[in-house]
Design a protein around this ligand. Structure first.
Ligand SMILES: [Zn+2]
Length: 86
């Protein structure tokens, strides 16, 4: 069975889902990093990569994709996942 691929909202690279970090906006409007990739809501995938996260911040890729403001804590949390292996 092949792994599902998802596209990074920043660099448009297609990668196996497990290699990307998922950020979701819940139906209540809360933005969080979905580490278990199981939550409901609108999701955006981003590479586990410091450059992609920095670009997401600068270009507001997540803001545009999720159509909501992204709190700074989310970027901090994403950076925390960069060096972490699953
Ligand atoms: Zn990327």
């Amino acid at each position: 069975m092949s792994e599902p691929f998802r596209t990074c909202v920043v660099c448009r690279a297609k990668r196996p889902k497990a290699e990307l970090i998922r950020v979701i906006r819940s139906p209540e409007g809360t933005v969080c990093v979905d580490t278990r990739q199981k939550s409901n809501g609108r999701g955006a995938y981003i590479c586990r990569d410091a450059d992609c996260i920095a670009q997401a911040y600068k270009r507001k890729a997540l803001v545009r994709h999720l159509k909501t403001e992204i709190p700074d804590e989310i970027y901090t949390a994403l950076e925390g996942y960069v060096n972490e292996q699953t």
